[in-house]
Design a protein around this ligand. Structure first.
Ligand code: ADP
Ligand code: GN1
Ligand code: MG
Length: 362
């Protein structure tokens, strides 16, 4: 079926005019659906990657619960422009949250949020503060979600112990014969494995609480308005119970890098301390009152942890023959992994300053 036929399975206003690929996500496939009438909204159509998100009905239910809870809270606060402040899922003509086509693909739709910008890279400190605030606000909005815990869509998503165990297995198996050329990088990562099990261990010992967190806090998952003020956060597939340092940590990993996530020139890559400070400031502006002392002590470490984990994940996928992430070239995952290793080294060198900055905002 064509994307146009799929769109007509959903309960949309107006008639479909054009459908074009949209955005730079690494996991799902996204299209913008324009309608021909001026007074009809546009839509965002996605194929959910069901190899990664194995239970799409439960995933859909999580997103419905989270978005309707946020909407209710915004309404109760008398917020304006609510359709731009939270994602609005669109149902199928049969009232379902997704449409499964003959080929086994799962499609879903949201209202397209107009006038919104999402950037792959930040250009200034104001954006870093906005990014920090966006994920801080999100944590506050979902902190009182009623009902049973959210479904663990990807069990152990940021479970560093599990990631390291899987990585060790991959290294031992060396399934596509790529280990030799990356042995040094692999050693670098494995030497650090004990250090980065700390958060999981603290959680197990009850030193830090589990909360509902976003877990995929790339800057292009934040929508900003024309003045770079926060509209909302999107890409809610991984919203699950986890630890607070995952969100601010991944936001810094992705956003406070002087280079790109997949920068082939490692000289470009490093931690930008001004942007780091912006993220911390914005995040703590929103969350200072709800986080425990122990949680606040994990924030700077979270940036290192998520960078370490991302290096492990990209390298793991490289060793596995590129099965998880979309790639543009044979070495793309290796380039990504090396850029993350370089970023981690830079964070290790600057860690005392990072901790000192956090202590100024708590
Ligand atoms: P992926 O999981 O592949 O990253 P996303 O849900 O993040 O997919 O969507 C990809 C991109 O599409 C986002 O980075 C953002 O630019 C844009 N986008 C997603 N949802 C919306 C929306 N409802 N309105 C406007 N733009 C959106
Ligand atoms: C994926 O979907 P996207 O592009 O926002 C990945 C994240 C990684 C990120 C690295 C479900 O995010 O965990 O940090 O790529 N999402 C999933 O760019 O694995
Ligand atoms: Mg995304």
């Amino acid at each position: 079926m064509t994307p146009e036929q799929i769109s007509n399975q959903f309960s949309i206003d107006g008639t479909v005019a054009t459908i074009k690929p949209f955005g730079n996500g690494l996991i799902n496939t996204t299209y913008k659906v324009r309608t021909s009438e001026n007074d009809s909204p546009n839509y965002l159509l996605q194929i959910v990657n069901h190899h990664i998100f194995k239970n799409v009905p439960e995933l859909t239910r999580n997103i419905e619960r989270v978005t309707s809870h946020i909407r209710e809270k915004l309404e109760a606060q008398g917020a304006h422009d609510i359709d731009r402040r939270v994602l609005t899922p669109v149902k199928t003509n049969n009232g379902e949250g997704f449409y499964k086509d003959d080929g086994g693909n799962y499609w879903r739709m949201f209202l397209f949020i107009e006038g919104a910008h999402s950037y792959d890279q930040l250009t200034n400190i104001k954006q870093a503060e906005a990014g920090g605030r966006a994920f801080g606000q999100f944590q506050k909005l979902v902190s009182d979600l009623p009902g049973e815990p959210l479904y663990p869509v990807i069990p152990g998503f940021h479970d560093t112990e599990m990631r390291i165990k899987n990585f060790n297995e991959r290294v031992n198996e060396n399934p596509v014969g790529r280990l030799e050329e990356v042995q040094q990088d692999v050693n670098f990562l494995l030497e650090r494995s004990d250090e980065y099990k700390k958060i999981i261990q603290m959680g197990r010992e009850g030193k830090i609480p589990q909360r509902i967190v976003h877990q995929d806090t790339k800057f292009n998952n934040v929508l900003l308005d024309e003045n770079d003020e926060v509209l909302c956060v999107i890409d809610l597939d991984t919203v699950m119970p986890g630890y607070v340092c995952y969100d601010i940590g991944d936001a810094i990993r992705n956003g406070a890098n002087t280079g790109k996530e997949d920068d082939p020139n490692l000289d470009n890559v490093g931690i930008n301390m001004e942007l780091f400070e912006g993220f911390i400031k914005g995040f703590l502006q929103e969350t200072n009152g709800i986080l425990t002392r122990e949680e606040k002590e994990t924030l700077a470490f979270g940036a290192k942890l998520l960078t370490y984990e991302q290096a492990v994940r990209f390298m793991d996928d490289f060793l596995d023959g590129d099965k998880y992430y979309k790639t543009d070239s044979v070495k793309h995952n290796l380039i990504r992994a090396r850029a993350q290793i370089k970023l981690l080294k830079s964070m290790e060198e600057n860690f005392d300053r990072m901790e000192e900055i956090v202590s100024r905002y708590v």
